[in-house]
Every structure is written in structure tokens, then in C-alpha cells.
Design a protein around this ligand. Structure first.
Ligand code: SF4
Ligand code: MG
Length: 335
């Protein structure tokens, strides 16, 4: 339903052009949950904002980028090619693909009640009266588990607790019945128990509405609770993609292995944590060759890592990894 190919995004900065997303390709199936994981600065948010053409003015989408989306009515559009002011793009935003964020203040204005903002959104996409829209808003607030939805609808976002604000934002995103929900770190600011409730709610709503979800997090443990597949990103590039369970148990890529070794586990409290050595390089000093080579434990023994960009290769039919060592292994096995 959504096929992203060769997506590259660059930022114009005072210090020159900076690559935020580099040649990213992935596909999303109806009803699937794709997790995108990576440290901050990995390009997770930028790449999904590009899907809705919500990039800031200083960002530039590379001419080779394609974002082919099949609408609910079955038509194909390349979102990367839509005019910024077109009706088609307005329909995609909200009506087809909706987004929720870590910080509900990004979605709710402090000047309007939750109800007024939801009603406005509904009427932008659907030909209904204000009263009908208000009814739909209340139904949706109820559906996401808000107590007293008739009362909440007239409140402002700042009057709600963190968990309730998050529920209101989900209601506001889903009231248009999007086919794709992009959830950008929606639980990062919440306590673990509330976080678990929100993840459960999203799974439940996904079952009911049949939507696909792109779930972004810096936390692989959270991704493993909700996603079917995971895309691991580093400095704007795909490192590894595959079924989440397999990647957690048998990560192929050295970066994914590093992420997993750094996760504390309750059942192994005496295991030393192994953080990935070094810091993420500045995007202004993007490493040559494999972007991970400045921190990869294998790079010193492999000159290619410093000079050649690894291309994602299939280690299994549904599993891709971009690493020279793995490409060599795959080649040996096929010869
Ligand atoms: Fe490490 Fe080289 Fe693989 Fe990059 S290509 S992850 S530097 S081994
Ligand atoms: Mg982000």
C-alpha cells in the first residue's frame, strides 16, 4: 500500500548541505506494523515526515525519491510528486495517513478545545454538520478509553493528564479513519504503565480499523512489543530490516547487535551492558564508506568499510542488512 524508494532528504544549513535521509527504501503492507528504530539523529522522524510532505522549508527531497501510495479508493499517487498545495496532498494528510507525536502540544493548539480541533479536522475531510462531527468526536474519545467523553470534548489539552492527552491525540488522528498511522515516539514521555496501556490501545484500534502503523522509537524494547517488522536506521541510512522477533534474537548487522547489547534485561541483571562505543558523528562530518564504520568493532580489519557504501543484501527472503561482512557471507553461500 506504501512503497518508499530511494528516499533522500537534505537540509540546507549555514554550514552547507546536510544529508538527513540517504537512499532509503521500504514497503508497508495493509494492517502491518513497521517499527523504525534508531538513535536520535538517525532520520526516523524526517523520513516519516517526508511521507506526508511535512518537511520544513530548508529541507529538500531528492529528485529520485518516490513515495508511491495506494489510496483507500485504490488509486496510486506518488506523494513525492504531489503539488504542495494540491487537494490530493490535503486528502493524504489526515484522511489517508495520520500522525501522532511524543508531545501532544504538537497536535493540539492551546487556544482551542479538543472537540473544536477534532470537529474542524473531521469537516475538512468529510461532508458532515458540526453537530454530526461533534458526535463523531465524542464517539472516538469514548473509543480510545477516555472517561467522560462528553465533558472532555470541551476541555483543552493542557487540562488532561499525559496519558489522557495521548488518548485524545490518537482519537483526533483516527477519527478520519486513516489507512496508515505514523506514531512518532508516542509513548516516550509516559510512565511505563501508561506506556503499556497506550501500546495495547494502539494494537486494539489497529485490529478494529485495519490500519497499518509505522511506529518510530529509539527503544527497540518498545518496538518489539508492537511491531511485526523493524527497520533499523543509523545516520539516515537503513542498516537492517526484517521480522522483529528474528532481529531481536539473531541480529545480523553490527549496529543492531550493538543496540541489543545495550538493552538492560530484568532476567540478566548481572550481565554487563555494552554500550556502542563512541558518539554519533556530526551530520556535517558524515563518514565515508559505511556510515557506521567509526563505531563498528569490525571496521579496523576491513578496509572496504572505510571506502565503499554497503548495499542492503538479503540474508533471508524477508531480511535485509547493509554490511560488507554480510554481503560477503551471502555471496559465499550462493557460490
Ligand atoms: Fe561494520 Fe563494515 Fe559492516 Fe559497516 S560494513 S557495519 S563498518 S563491518
Ligand atoms: Mg525524532
Amino acid at each position: 500500500m506504501l512503497t518508499v524508494s530511494n528516499l533522500s532528504v537534505r537540509f540546507h544549513t549555514d554550514e552547507g548541505l546536510v544529508t538527513a535521509v540517504d537512499d532509503l527504501s521500504f514497503a508497508l503492507q495493509p494492517g502491518q506494523t513497521l517499527g523504525i528504530v534508531g538513535e536520535s539523529g538517525s532520520g526516523k522522524s524526517v523520513s516519516t515526515k517526508a511521507l506526508m510532505r511535512l518537511l520544513p522549508d530548508y529541507a529538500e527531497l531528492d529528485a529520485n525519491s518516490h513515495i508511491v501510495y495506494q489510496t483507500k479508493k485504490g488509486a496510486y499517487v506518488d506523494i513525492a510528486r504531489l503539488d504542495a498545495r494540491s487537494k490530493a496532498l490535503k486528502q493524504v494528510r489526515g484522511g489517508e495517513i495520520a500522525m501522532i507525536f511524543q508531545e501532544p502540544s504538537a497536535a493540539f493548539s492551546p487556544l482551542y478545545t479538543i472537540g473544536n480541533q477534532m470537529i474542524e479536522g473531521i469537516r475538512l475531510h468529510r461532508d458532515v454538520s458540526r453537530d454530526q462531527a461533534r458526535k463523531l468526536a465524542i464517539e472516538m474519545l469514548d473509543r480510545v478509553g477516555m472517561t467522560n467523553p462528553e465533558l472532555r470534548v470541551d476541555q483543552y489539552a493542557f487540562q488532561l493528564s499525559g496519558g489522557m492527552r495521548q488518548r485524545a491525540m490518537i482519537a483526533s488522528a483516527l477519527v478520519m479513519r486513516p489507512a496508515v498511522l505514523i506514531a512518532d515516539e508516542p509513548t516516550t514521555a509516559l510512565d511505563v504503565t501508561i506506556q503499556a496501556q497506550i501500546l495495547d490501545l494502539l494494537k486494539e484500534l489497529q485490529q478494529d480499523f485495519g490500519m497499518a502503523i509505522i511506529f518510530i522509537s529509539h527503544d527497540l524494547a518498545v518496538i518489539s512489543q508492537i511491531a511485526d517488522d523493524v527497520l533499523v536506521m543509523y545516520l539516515g541510512k537503513e542498516m537492517e530490516t526484517g521480522p522483529v522477533r528474528r532481529i531481536i534474537r539473531h541480529p545480523q548487522h553490527p549496529y543492531t547487535q550493538g543496540l541489543i547489547n545495550a538493552i538492560p534485561r530484568l532476567e540478566e541483571l548481572d550481565r554487563p551492558l555494552l554500550p556502542i562505543p563512541g558518539d554519533i558523528p556530526s551530520p556535517l562530518e558524515r563518514p565515508t564508506g559505511c556510515v557506521f564504520h567509526t563505531r563498528c568493532p569490525h571496521a579496523a580489519d576491513h578496509p572496504r568499510c572505510h571506502t565503499d557504501v554497503p548495499i542492503p543484501a538479503q540474508t533471508q527472503p524477508d531480511h535485509l542488512a547493509a554490511c560488507h561482512l554480510l554481503t560477503e557471507k551471502v555471496l559465499e553461500e550462493t557460490v
